[in-house]
Structures are given as structure tokens and as C-alpha cells.
Design a protein around this ligand. Structure first.
Ligand code: SAM
Ligand code: SF4
Ligand code: SF4
Length: 326
């Protein structure tokens, strides 16, 4: 359905768990976030019911995220349940890739169309540093497995961090020359606990683009959108894949926003940076029927703000990225 600003809202990002097997420096504090108890997290059946209730309000595309979605017990069952909803025509997943080698085949068989894999560096030591302990080899095995399975689109998410990976952006972009990968450079957002950490480390997409085109040649604009997101894509000369830019801070693509977010604890949010949320879990557990849940979707769509004000406002601190679902 359309919101007050004439945007078509059809996409739901679902955080299936607030837990993670990594602790990326920009996403979580060193000790991790205090996980909520299992009882507070939506069950697999509840998530599927919430999505079914979103359908009459216009939801037709979903993304499973977290935390790390692949550590959520029952994630395959969830994918199968979502696949069984005829109106849902796109099921995507964002993962750190650590468990992907093992799970990719089953995910595809259950109905996942596309995967995004987060990878901020090509250097094993740096990878261990930024993720506080991750093993880069495992991620590469996951990426290669996903490519081998012929999943429609395999995208790499790279958060650009000054003084950390700004000397590797060219190498990351070069991956698209040899592999049908879509490498997306994401602006570091001052969100949740990473706000202080992010200060001084942010690099705007315009600078990343200049660096890449200076080193590797012009990017030909790819007009088709790849998936449901706000990235702008270009192709290097002769490349198999594309390079994308997600300029969440510098180019508020809010005028093209199509999404709502569901937190692991069952709160429906109109916007990543809004602190407004509606308690779908409470409604569900107190016996609300599907129509009542659909009405919550509809009122959340109508409460979407026009845009974020990250350039001037301090973000809301109530949750970190892994809890909202990045
Ligand atoms: N654990 C999964 C993963 O890492 O892909 C899914 C959840 S993670 C929160 C989703 C995405 O959000 C990742 O690509 C991550 O790099 C990104 N992210 C987390 N914190 C961020 C921040 N402060 N600024 C920009 N991107 C961020
Ligand atoms: Fe975990 Fe993803 Fe956050 Fe890294 S970015 S700590 S992998 S949720
Ligand atoms: Fe949409 Fe809010 Fe993100 Fe803007 S900040 S793109 S309105 S979710």
C-alpha cells in the first residue's frame, strides 16, 4: 500500500534473532548485546503469521536478517513457511556467511531466492579484527557455495570505514571483474552503540566512487534495480558483476523507501531510525486475529516518516543494529 508520501511499501525486513556468532566493532559492543530470553522472541509460527497478516497491507517481499539469521533454530522451516504464502514473491537473506557453506543448499531448497553476504575486508587478520574473531576462509567457502548453487543474485555488503578498509576498496570492486558478484559499498551509519566508534570513520559514497573509478575505469550505470534496495549500481568495463553504493547517510534515499522492519521481539517499526514501534507480538499473544494484525501493518505504513535526519539529528539509541535488523 501507499504511505502518506506516495511511496509503495511492499518490503518487510525481519530480524529473526538478536543473537550473533560475531561481534563486529561497528555493530555490537565487545561483550555482545544482552540477548533477550527465548520467550520474548517471536516463534517461527508467529513470524509466519505476522508476514501473512502483512500481505493484505501490501507486503510481498521479505528479507531475513538479525543478528545472524543462520544461527536461528528453525530458519529453514521459516523460509518454507514463507515460500508457502503465494503473495510473497521474493525471499532474501542477509548473513555474515560463517554458516553459509553448510546451509546454502538447504536454504535454496527451502525457497531462498537471494543472499547478501557481509564482508568488509579481504585480509584474514583484519577480518578477525573487525568481526572480533571471525574466520575469513569460512566466509569465502560460503560465498563460493552460494555462487555454485546459482542463486539469482549474490551480493557482498562492505561497510566502508576510514583507516580500516579504505585501502582495499579497489580490490573489493575488482572482485566483480572475475565473479558475478554484486559488491555494495555501504556508508557507515552512526547507529546504536556504534555512534561513538563511527565518528571520524565515515566516508561518503561519492569519495568511494571516485576512488574506484580513478583506479579501475568508468562505471556504466545499471538502470535496472537489483533486488529491492536503495543501492545505485554501475559496471566496470568487462565486469561480470556490478558495484553498488548504499548512501544511507549522504543521499537519504528515503523518498524511495519501500520497507518496514520487524524486530526479533515482534515490534513493527516504520523506519530504521524511528523509535516508534508497535507491539505485534503482544497483539498476537493476546489473541488478535489476522485482520487486527493487518490493521497494525496499515497504521504503521501510514506512520512512516518522510525521511531520517541523520545529518543533523542524533539517532535514537534504544536499540543497536543487530536488534533492529540491519
Ligand atoms: N549478521 C548479518 C550480517 O552481518 O550480514 C545480518 C545482520 S547485520 C546487522 C546487517 C548489515 O548491517 C551488515 O551488512 C552490516 O555490515 C550492516 N551494519 C551493521 N551496523 C552498521 C552500521 N553502523 N553502519 C552501516 N552498516 C551496518
Ligand atoms: Fe553480527 Fe552482522 Fe552485527 Fe556483524 S554486522 S555483529 S555479523 S549482526
Ligand atoms: Fe526508509 Fe527510514 Fe531508512 Fe529512510 S531512514 S530509507 S525512511 S527506513
Amino acid at each position: 500500500m501507499q504511505d502518506r508520501y506516495h511511496r509503495k511499501i511492499n518490503y518487510l525486513r525481519i530480524s529473526v534473532t538478536d543473537r550473533c556468532n560475531l561481534r563486529c566493532v561497528y555493530c555490537m559492543p565487545p561483550a555482545g548485546v544482552k540477548s533477550v530470553s527465548h520467550g520474548q522472541i517471536l516463534t517461527i509460527e508467529e513470524i509466519a503469521e505476522v508476514v501473512a497478516a502483512g500481505v493484505p497491507a501490501g507486503i510481498s517481499k521479505v528479507r531475513l536478517t538479525g543478528g545472524e539469521p543462520l544461527i536461528r533454530r528453525g530458519v529453514l522451516e521459516l523460509v518454507a513457511k514463507l515460500r508457502a504464502i503465494p503473495e510473497i514473491d521474493d525471499i532474501a537473506l542477509t548473513t555474515n556467511g560463517i554458516l553459509l557453506e553448510k546451509m546454502a543448499r538447504n536454504l535454496k531448497d527451502a525457497g531462498v531466492d537471494r543472499v547478501n553476504i557481509s564482508l568488509d575486508t579481504l585480509k584474514p587478520v583484519r577480518y578477525r579484527e573487525v568481526t572480533r574473531g571471525g574466520n575469513l576462509d569460512q566466509v569465502w567457502r560460503g560465498i563460493n557455495t552460494a555462487l555454485g548453487l546459482g542463486l539469482q543474485l549474490v551480493k557482498i555488503n562492505t561497510v566502508v570505514i576510514r583507516g580500516f578498509n579504505d585501502d582495499e576498496l579497489e580490490d573489493m570492486a575488482r572482485l566483480t571483474m572475475e565473479h558475478p558478484l554484486h559488491v555494495r559499498f555501504i556508508e557507515l551509519m552512526p547507529v546504536g552503540t556504534s555512534e561513538n566508534w563511527a565518528r571520524g570513520r565515515y566516508i561518503p559514497s561519492s569519495e568511494v566512487r571516485e576512488l574506484i573509478t580513478g583506479a579501475l575505469g568508468n562505471l556504466t550505470d545499471e538502470n535496472r534495480t537489483l533486488g529491492n534496495g536503495p543501492a545505485r549500481y554501475g559496471r566496470l568495463p568487462g565486469a561480470l558483476g556490478t558495484v553498488g553504493f548504499i548512501s544511507a547517510v549522504s543521499d537519504h534515499f528515503c523518498d524511495r523507501c519501500n520497507r518496514l522492519r520487524l524486530t526479533a521481539t515482534g515490534q513493527l517499526r516504520p523506519c530504521l531510525f524511528s523509535h516508534r514501534e508497535t507491539d505485534l507480538k503482544g497483539a498476537l499473544r493476546s489473541g488478535a486475529d489476522r485482520e487486527a494484525l493487518t490493521r497494525i501493518f496499515q497504521s504503521t505504513v501510514m506512520s512512516k516518516p518522510d525521511r531520517h535526519h541523520l545529518e543533523t539529528d542524533r539517532p535514537q539509541h534504544d536499540r543497536v543494529m543487530s536488534q533492529i535488523g540491519g
